[in-house]
Design a binder for this molecule. Structure first.
Ligand SMILES: [Zn+2]
Length: 309
């Protein structure tokens, strides 16, 4: 993703109580015994497995391998899986063959929540302090693998018991291929998805990106607060209620990321992101900079958000 300027402060209110659920297992639990649980170690294993595939930029072997891996895992967890292939056109005129991956849970539910993350990684480490590394593709443990890891673990957790609302996990392609200074060449998968909704209107779209930093601190991203304050309030209210310290209910950076096409499409959308990561777009964005506890912090909030719909 790409950073923008600063932001504005927006007030908060308490998170919603866990009221009801359509499915007994979820209803009985409300976070208690029997509730689908998010396992940080399991999520971290998903992160590592991705990084073991090497760089995963469009056109690379790792990118293709990861696509197959995500499809296989979603099938294993009981999702209805579909692919959305499209051609990403860059401002240079070059085209990329890209594929969004979609996993649906509780297909019959009309009320739906969308969770999304980009699965591609950046083809160049253009922010690396060493100029000799700047044409090297990144491994993207945090920028790429962390969001996918959270989504896969959510899918694993909810796969065993139908969630109270429809849940769609979307793995977006072509987020991080653009050149610095050309913001329209980023977020290609989310733009395609949001421009081809065909009647799909999730009640909320939550993007997770760069959520694995072992020193995780997620503030309120600027565009999310401005356009989707209620959703951001709910997420940070849940984090406070659960005692998840990695969510800091304060204004953060304003960032060009995969939530913007959804906001433009009139969907309530928020970006959970910790942009203060010294290894961003460098060859040092590796699994040792990430932790199971950080992934679990985000996953717990998302699961509780689903549970409290
Ligand atoms: Zn990036």
């Amino acid at each position: 993703m790409r950073r923008r300027n600063s932001n504005s402060r927006i007030g908060t209110r308490a998170g919603l109580p866990c009221v009801f659920a359509a499915v007994l297992l979820w209803a009985a639990s409300c976070g208690g015994p029997g509730a689908p649980a998010f396992d940080g170690e399991s999520a971290y294993a998903f992160l590592r497995e991705q990084c073991d595939m090497g760089a995963r930029y469009p056109g690379s072997t790792g990118h293709l391998r990861l696509r197959r891996y995500i499809v296989e895992k979603l099938g294993e967890f009981g999702a209805s899986v579909s692919l959305q292939p499209f051609e990403g056109v860059l401002s240079t005129g070059d085209t990329l063959r890209l594929v969004n991956i979609i996993g649906n849970f509780n297909v019959g539910a009309s009320k739906r929540i969308m969770l999304a993350a980009h699965y591609d990684t950046r083809p160049v480490a253009d922010m690396d302090p060493d100029p000799a590394n700047r044409l090297t593709p990144i491994i993207g443990a945090n920028d790429g693998a962390s969001g996918v890891a959270v989504l896969l673990e959510i899918a694993r957790a909810i796969g065993g018991a139908k969630p109270p609302v429809g849940v769609d996990v979307v793995f977006l392609d072509g987020e991080d291929y653009g050149e610095s200074g050309r913001p329209w060449d980023f977020c290609l998968g989310s733009a395609w998805f949001a421009n081809n909704l065909k009647g799909y209107r999730p009640a909320a779209a939550i993007i997770v990106d760069m959520v694995g930093d072992s020193d995780l601190k997620i503030p309120r991203e600027g565009y999310s607060s401005a356009a989707s304050g209620r959703l951001v309030d709910e997420l940070f209210g849940i984090a406070a209620r659960l005692g998840v310290k990695q969510f800091a209910n304060e204004p953060g950076h304003t960032i060009i990321d995969d939530h913007l096409p959804f906001i433009r499409a009139g969907i309530e959308a928020a970006d959970l992101i910790d942009f203060d990561y010294p290894y961003w777009h460098t060859v040092a964005d590796t699994p040792d900079k990430c932790s199971p506890a950080s992934l679990e912090a985000v996953g717990r909030v998302l699961l509780e958000y689903i549970r409290s719909r």
